[in-house]
Design a protein around this ligand. Structure first.
Ligand code: AMP
Ligand code: TRP
Length: 339
């Protein structure tokens, strides 16, 4: 990418402040956020509370959810000394930039977004306009920091393509090389974790069955119980990855084991190929409990201390504002706006 050698890598990502986080969020996003602290980069991790507003949120709950997501960042190992953690709504530059980008992004681009179609459902006349322009705000979140890299789960691929299109069109229309065209980091075994009840559906906050997901707040006993009950099949595990192709539940459970233990799916099959779920599930439960239970313990401690969370968010918001405000000012100048 342009000037990669002279400018440091800038990482930005966010998680929506709606509902509790689960293993999919951990492997698709949080774990990557923490892992990326070992590289030479500037890091911005926000809580997307404005994105949450695109569907109805109870005001009192939204505030506690915002703190809870911040606590999840900290519990997963995101360190405020190395990463700027802040609520999106505390940095006005995001919404200001979103308006400017509403005038760059094209209707046709938004019409193609599958998340809007999924979330709005059949009755799209009644969906909020925010739900439709959601990806434009996301482009603003990223580009207002001139971020170069965005770690997310695979479900964000289309939104990131739109961000890249906004950056390219802006640079082209104004004849500048102002915004980097950011790269999306969704590789890795945790990019798409599926429901424990249905290997063809994404693990999701909105699934009515709590047994479909491992929540970050689940205790060791609850985690072990959910793995025991997870849907599987009657066959033994195959010797090689090809053998997982038509077995979505088996594929997902092997993928979870691999992602949490830092192994490849093939490593896992080298160990468990030829064995049934009676042998695999207890080993999987041990790995998930080992990895997730300390996070849920830390999370519970943090949630008892909202003042500590608020102090992190306040300091993060100050740093984020100082970075983002000048970029909006320069962007407005490029548009020819007064002031
Ligand atoms: P959300 O909870 O939808 O705001 O997602 C927050 C982050 O978690 C995003 O980077 C998503 O791509 C990621 N994510 C959500 N669900 C999953 C999943 N089932 N597997 C992997 N990543 C996920
Ligand atoms: N849309 C993302 C999600 O649902 C959350 C998000 C908002 C985000 N702004 C972002 C992710 C900017 C990465 C970069 O997961």
């Amino acid at each position: 990418m342009n000037d990669k050698t002279t400018k440091p890598m800038r990482i930005l990502s966010g998680i929506q402040a709606s509902g509790s986080l689960h293993l999919g969020n951990y492997l698709g996003a949080l774990k990557k956020f923490a892992d990326m602290q070992s590289i030479d980069a500037e890091r911005f991790y926000m809580i997307a509370d404005l994105h949450a507003l695109t569907v109805w949120q109870d005001p009192a709950l939204l505030l506690s959810q915002t703190r809870e997501i911040a606590a999840c960042y900290l519990a997963a190992g995101v360190d405020p000394a190395k990463s700027t953690i802040f609520p999106q709504s505390a940095v006005p530059a995001h919404t200001e930039m979103a308006w400017l980008f509403n005038c760059v992004a094209r209707l046709g681009w938004l019409d193609r977004m599958t998340q809007f179609k999924d979330k709005a459902g059949k009755d799209k006349e009644r969906a909020s306009i925010g739900l439709y322009t959601y990806p434009v705000l996301q482009a603003a979140d990223i580009l207002v920091y001139k971020a170069t890299h965005v770690p997310v789960g695979e479900d964000q691929r289309q939104h990131l393509e739109l961000t890249r299109d906004v950056a390219k069109k802006f640079n082209h229309d104004f004849g500048v090389d102002y915004f980097p065209v950011p790269e999306t980091l969704y590789q890795g075994p945790g990019a798409r974790i599926m429901s424990l009840r249905d290997g063809t559906a994404k693990m999701s906050k909105s699934d009515p069955s709590d047994n479909s997901r491992i929540n970050l707040t689940d205790t060791a006993d609850v985690i072990a119980g959910k793995i025991k009950k997870a849907k599987s099949d009657a066959d033994v595990l195959p010797e090689s990855e090809d053998g997982l192709n038509d077995r979505p539940e088996a594929k997902n459970l092997v993928g979870i084991y691999a992602a949490l233990s830092g192994k490849t799916a093939q490593d896992v099959l080298n160990e468990f190929g030829g064995k049934g779920f009676g042998a695999f599930k207890p080993a999987l439960a041990d790995v998930v409990v080992d990895r997730m239970a300390p996070i849920s313990d830390r999370l519970r401690d943090l949630l008892n201390n909202p003042a500590e969370i608020d102090a992190v968010l306040k300091a993060g918001a100050e740093r984020a504002n100082a970075e983002a405000a000048p970029v909006v000012t320069e962007t407005k100048k490029l548009f020819g706006l007064w002031g």
